[in-house]
Design a protein around this ligand. Structure first.
Ligand code: FAD
Length: 287
């Protein structure tokens, strides 16, 4: 089923996982997905690591297992820096053969060896994947993308991505919902009318949140720092604070009628379950 069609009928709840990396096997990553499926998410997305340890075949293998379960939809990520048209064609062929109809079209971060071959911006990839008949999502940034010269330029480029055919958008993580509400208003003023799904990451430690702030540019509000200070040095207390904070964000977003809630699970079923249970308790997802 196409995610765009699911988004037409309800406020969605979904998860992101990453494919095997390091010592993790495909079986272990698939096991994580199976545990998340017990919460009946509308879809599970699987990240893509260009040239990294989790290669494209791993993304396809995990997405295929999710789709084959018959319990939910798989959303396979794909980045285009360093990829040729032939690479993208091969990927599309593989996901279609696996029954996956949904793809998240991304540029990928700049890195040595990831030059522009056939696709410069995500909008180029979106247009190409639309021609292949897929349901295509794209990324968006409530606080602006790190490379953007201005919020206006960011929205202009986002509009180009939607005009190229993106069926829905998924946000970068953010810790202050007001950033998202302001962004939603800017999108509306720019006539960006596709559904915008909110990506929320429960932080699990001081180190992890610092790393995220540097890699994706998300700002860390005082409210988050206060929670971490209160948690002290205990790793468990820091994780509990992060999960509690994410649950508050999710309930507030649900109450404010966002199109969808997407949890960056970092392959931790306990974190994923906690967010689902809180939304269930608040009446925003079904058992
Ligand atoms: P683009 O939309 O191409 O934008 C990148 C920059 O270029 C922006 O600053 C934009 O304003 C600018 N730009 C766009 N079009 C133009 C234009 N025509 N002219 C001039 N400037 C332009 N990375 C991975 O490697 N694997 C993943 O699985 C992955 N999943 C992600 C999932 C989500 C929900 C998000 C939000 C990000 C994800 N990323 C992933 C990270 C992403 O690859 C990076 O944020 C990357 O730097 C930008 O990707 P993009 O698709 O937003 O690029």
């Amino acid at each position: 089923m196409r995610i765009a069609d699911i988004l037409k009928s309800k406020q969605t709840f979904s998860y992101e996982i990453f494919p095997p990396k390091g010592d993790m096997s495909v079986v272990q990553a698939t096991d994580v997905a199976e545990r998340l499926m017990q919460n009946s998410p509308d879809w599970i997305s699987v990240t893509f690591s260009a040239g990294g340890s989790g290669n494209s075949q791993n993304t396809v293998s995990v997405a295929k297992a999710i789709q084959a379960s018959g319990k939910t939809q798989a959303l396979a990520h794909l980045t285009c820096l360093g990829s040729s048209r032939a690479d993208v064609d091969a990927y599309v062929e593989k996901i279609k053969a696996a029954g996956v109809q949904n793809v998240l079209a991304l540029r990928g971060d700049r890195a040595p060896g990831r030059d522009v071959i056939d696709f410069e911006h995500a909008s180029d990839l979106v247009a190409y994947l639309k021609q292949a008949g897929l349901c295509v999502g794209a990324a968006c940034y409530p606080e602006g993308h790190l490379e953007s010269s201005s919020p206006e330029a960011d929205i202009e480029h986002l509009k180009a991505k939607v005009d190229a055919g993106a069926d829905f958008l998924v946000t970068q993580l953010f810790f202050d919902n007001e950033d998202f509400y302001r962004f939603r208003d800017r999108c509306s003023r720019a006539h960006i009318k596709v559904p915008i799904v909110c990506g929320i990451m429960p932080f699990t430690s001081v180190q992890q949140i610092q790393r995220m702030a540097f890699t994706c540019g998300a700002s860390i509000p005082a409210a988050v720092i206060k929670r971490l200070v209160a948690a002290g040095d205990s790793k468990q207390a820091q994780q509990d604070a992060g999960v509690a904070y994410a649950c508050e964000q999710l309930v507030d977003l649900a109450r404010n009628g966002v199109d969808g809630l997407h949890v960056y699970t970092m392959n931790r079923p306990s974190v994923a379950n906690a967010t689902h249970d809180r939304l269930l308790q608040a009446g925003y997802v079904e058992a």
